[in-house]
Design a protein around this ligand. Structure first.
Ligand SMILES: Nc1ncnc2c1ncn2[C@@H]1O[C@H](COP(=O)(O)OP(=O)(O)OP(=O)(O)O)[C@@H](O)[C@H]1O
Ligand SMILES: [Mg+2]
Length: 255
């Protein structure tokens, strides 16, 4: 059974950067364990951040099949057909696999497709030790409940009061939606030295603080060079900070 880590936060707060650096920590510190990264953002770019290229048509395909079951080849069950496509959409990175969900085509109700997708992801996840889900900013994915059970939820916030309040709303939303979250941790990104000025606000969150990631020019420069977080130097401030955050939560991961 896999250990599910979900990363949420406001748009641009650093979810994808953090997810990528967290995967690097898992690769380095949980050697031998298998990892699947799930890009649940329809404007998917976790694949780019991790230096792989994903097929992100899976949600559209599931939705299409749900609406047009006659597209399933004769002699095959719908589930088997979809399972095959989900497996086919998984791409291999260096030491991890990745599945990008993509987006449905056009408006409509996707409950049926979402239920199918959830079952498929649950099944796929069982083959891995760790599942790391990079969520979209709008929280649609959580609202659609394609993830039901989260062992560790990271809520990433920028170093602003508004960002922290929005992080708190995200945590509240998971409670309203009755998503099972075993542990939740706050990560403050793009922080100056220390987080003293916002300490009171952080303490009011009702969510333990896992640590801060400083504003890091090396991370910014990656986007200028169209490089990815896999190539971020281990000496960089952001890498070091995520390493400390990882140590902070490692007792949860090894349970
Ligand atoms: N600690 C940091 N220092 C400097 N730049 C950063 C840091 N963290 C993230 N960034 C930059 O901020 C931008 C947004 O980061 P990222 O894509 O990780 O956020 P996101 O929350 O995944 O965004 P989206 O909501 O669009 O998916 C990127 O250009 C990234 O390089
Ligand atoms: Mg992102």
């Amino acid at each position: 059974m896999s250990y599910t880590i979900a990363v949420c936060g406001k748009g641009g707060s650093g979810k994808t950067t953090f997810s990528g650096l967290l995967i690097r920590q898992l690769l380095e510190k949980q050697k031998g364990d298998s990892i699947i990264a799930i890009d649940a953002d329809p404007n998917a770019n976790l694949d780019e951040a991790l230096g792989v290229s994903a097929d992100n048509s899976i949600v559209a395909l599931i939705d299409d099949i749900a609406k047009n079951p006659d597209k399933v080849p004769k002699g095959m069950t719908k589930n088997r057909y979809l399972e095959y496509h989900v497996q086919d959409a998984v791409v291999e990175g260096e030491g991890f696999d990745l599945l990008a969900m993509g987006r449905p085509e056009g408006p409509g109700c996707y409950c049926y497709a979402n239920n199918l997708l959830r079952a498929l992801i649950d099944k796929l996840g069982k083959a891995y030790s760790y599942m790391v889900i990079d969520n979209e900013a709008g929280m649609e994915h959580l609202s659609r409940r394609t993830t039901r059970k989260i062992d560790l939820l990271f809520v990433v916030s920028e170093y602003t009061v508004i960002g922290l309040r929005s992080a708190k709303r995200i945590l509240d939303l998971t409670r309203e939606l009755e998503i099972s979250v075993k542990e939740a941790r706050l990560v403050v990104n793009k922080a100056p030295q220390g987080v003293d000025k916002l300490r009171t606000e952080i303490d009011k969150m009702g969510m333990p603080f896992a640590g801060a990631i400083p504003q890091d020019e090396d991370v910014f420069n990656l986007s200028l060079d169209s490089a990815n977080v896999m190539s971020l130097s281990q000496d960089s401030k952001a890498f070091q900070a995520v390493s400390r955050i990882y140590e902070e939560v490692s007792c949860l991961l090894n349970k």
